[in-house]
Each structure stands twice: as C-alpha cells, then as structure tokens.
Ligand binder design. Structure first.
Ligand SMILES: *Cc1c(COP(=O)(O)O)cnc(C)c1O
Length: 367
C-alpha cells in the first residue's frame, strides 16, 4: 500500500533524541528553549511557546488573547475538530461561516454578516497548507476590533506575500503530530509578536505559575509542557523543513500537471502571492463523472493507493457545536465540497516511481 503519510526518522533524528535521553534532562529544559528560538526565527516572529499538542496551542492561544465565556469566535466548519473544540474549551461560542470555493478556507465576503456585539476573534485555518486571505480578513478584523488567530497546523513554512505562516494574524498555532509536515509524534507551538500573549501562554502551559516565583499562581493553568526529548526530535526535523516543503511541492506539481486537463477533476489552485506547502494534496471529483469520488476511493484502495477525505462531515453537523446553525443552506460551498474532495498521497518519502504509478492509475480512469 502506498501510504497517505509515513513516519520515517533518519539517523540524526534518532541520535538527537538519544543524546537527550542520556543527558537525564527529560522534562522541559534547554532543548525546548532552543526549539522556540529557532521556530520563532522560521516564522519571523518575536516569540514562540512550545506545548505538547496543536490542540494545547489553540487552547493556550484563545486563553492568551482573553477569549472568555460567551464570547463568539468566527471560524470555518471545514477543518479538523480541534479548531472549534478550542473555542468551547474557554467557554466561547463557535460561529461557523461558509468557505471559499477555490481555497476551501474561510470566505472573507461572508465574515461581516456573522459579526455581532459578542464577536471577539476569528480563527483562520490554512487548510491543506495554503494560507487564507489575510489581507482582506485582517482588514475586517481591524475595522471590527477582532483578534485574528491562525490555525497553522497544516501550513508550516507557507508564505503569504512577504510573511511566513505563524506571522499572518495576531497569534499562530502549530501542531507536530505524527502526520504533519514537521513532526515529533505529538507537539505544538504558539507564535506571536505580542508580549502579553507570549507571557500569558507561557504561564498557561505551566499551571498558571508566576515565571519569577515558584508556587505563586496568576490564574488557572494546565500542564501543556513539551518534554526536551520531543523538542530534540522537532529540532532535528526543523532542520529539514525546506527540503520537506520542496519535495511535497514537487510531487504536487507533478500531479497538477498530469491532472490539469482531465475534465471532471479539479486540481488545487494556488492564489498568486501565496505558497502552498501541501500538507494534503486534494483533488475534487465532480458529479456525473465516469467514476464517483467514493468509487474512485475504493478502486484506488484495490490498486494499493491509500486515500482519505478531509473532511467528511462539516463541524456544524456535530451535536456539541450545534447552536442554531441547522440551516445548511448558508453553507452551500461546504456542503458541495465535502462530497468532492479526495486526498491522495503527497508525503515526502514517496518515490518518483510511486508518484508516476498514482498518476497513471488515476489518468486511466478519467482520460
Ligand atoms: C492537526 C490539527 C490540529 C490539532 O493538532 P494536534 O497536535 O493533533 O492536537 C488542529 N487544527 C488543524 C487544522 C489540524 O490539522
């Protein structure tokens, strides 16, 4: 089976962890600090705070920005569940807005009509690895006094004009989960230029403790600390970020070139001024084609090619998010796209031979 994602550690990855294990300094220490410094540099921000998952990063970010009970937070329904769960974690109310048909990110044209007196923030997800429309959305946020939170779990190293993902809103959140472009099994990072958000996030991950005085607590906090051996693995991975990004982009370009002229198949569109880091390579299979999306998925499985659907159910379909959003008519694009998307393997460990096999197999179906 050609896998959708694959964890493959090299010698450097493994020895970097072993050397921390041998040192005896396992909990948060100097490796975490080094990772934060290098990660901030990659994103072009002043501060980075390491935590133990992307979800912990989102929770900490919302807390640090001061999102509280009953505050409304606008976000996309077409994302991984953790994006919206983090809003519930601080007692906020997720308000879902429909997506853009080209990038599958939040549609800026539909944001303003969802803003109320209670709206405090917008969480943008750079879905599949391409940044959302930050110029337009930051402008709307500024006009309405809203905080922009970037869920950058899928977009490490992506660019929007002259800025890197993690530096596109007020605060950014990353994940180092095993399938992400840069990974350490589990892990996360918060990025910001805001000193207050940085201080609050640092305390929140460490029981709310005063950084200068042990056993003095400012507020509720959690244990969201990253361990030093996880940080060592993330650091070793981070050295390869450029190589990994380019390999993913090259595979994606081969796919797009091969599939571009097939009617009924839509390849990812990359908007001018943005780069796509292809956490997922997502095709759309239109209706009334020779082989439907679900039939293609079964066929590819038989041909030993793993695929998946990101995501089969928009978040407003789940009971714990339903807060008066049962009218699916306002989610026309999400409702359409969820039936068309199919993610095919784009992991950097694919061999050229495997990429060509995937291309030939799909072309045979639709040519
Ligand atoms: C992976 C992911 C997360 C959650 O990250 P974890 O490290 O698994 O907690 C959040 N948002 C998006 C968009 C993701 O892809």
């Amino acid at each position: 089976m050609i896998p959708l994602s694959k964890v493959k550690l090299d010698k450097d990855d493994i020895y970097s962890v072993i050397s921390v294990l041998k040192s005896g300094q396992l909990a948060q220490g100097k490796k975490v600090k080094e990772l934060e410094k290098k990660f901030a540099k990659l994103c072009g921000v002043k501060y980075a705070v390491a935590v133990n998952s992307g979800t912990a990063a989102l929770h900490s970010a919302l807390y640090s920005c001061g999102i509280k009970r009953d505050d409304e937070v606008i976000t996309t329904p077409f994302t991984f569940v953790a994006t919206a769960n983090s809003i519930l974690m601080v007692g906020g109310v997720p308000v879902f807005v429909d997506i853009d048909e080209k990038t599958y990110n939040l549609d800026p044209e539909k944001i303003e009509q969802a803003i109320t007196k209670k709206t405090k923030a917008i969480i943008l997800v750079n879905l599949y690895g391409q940044p959302a429309d930050y110029d337009k959305i930051n402008k709307i946020a500024k006009k309405n006094g809203l905080i922009v939170i970037e869920d950058a779990a899928q977009s490490i190293n992506a660019r929007y004009k002259n800025k890197k993902s993690g530096n596109l809103g007020d605060i950014g959140c990353f994940s180092f989960y095993a399938t992400k472009n840069i990974m350490s099994g589990e892990g996360g990072m918060i990025t910001t230029n805001n000193k207050l958000y940085h201080e609050k996030a640092s305390m929140f991950r460490h029981h709310g403790q005063n950084p200068d005085k042990k056993y003095e607590y400012h507020d509720i906090g959690y244990n969201y600390r990253m361990t030093d051996f996880v940080a060592a693995l993330a650091l070793s991975q981070l050295k390869k970020v450029e190589k990994i990004t380019i390999r993913r982009q090259n595979i994606a370009h081969s796919y797009t070139k091969a599939f571009r002229n097939l009617k009924k198949l839509i390849t990812p569109s990359v908007i001018s001024g943005r780069t796509h880091v292809y956490h997922q390579y997502v095709l759309r299979i239109l209706k009334n084609t020779r082989m439907s999306r679900d039939a293609l998925r079964k066929y590819l499985d038989k041909q030993e090619i793993e695929t998946n659907i990101h995501y089969p159910k928009p978040l407003y379909e789940f009971k714990h998010f339903q807060s008066g959003y049962l009218n699916k008519k306002i989610f026309l694009i999400t409702e359409k796209i969820k039936k068309e998307v199919l993610s095919i393997p784009v992991n950097p460990h694919l061999k050229d031979k495997e990429v060509n096999y995937i291309i030939d197999t799909i072309i045979k179906v639709y040519e």
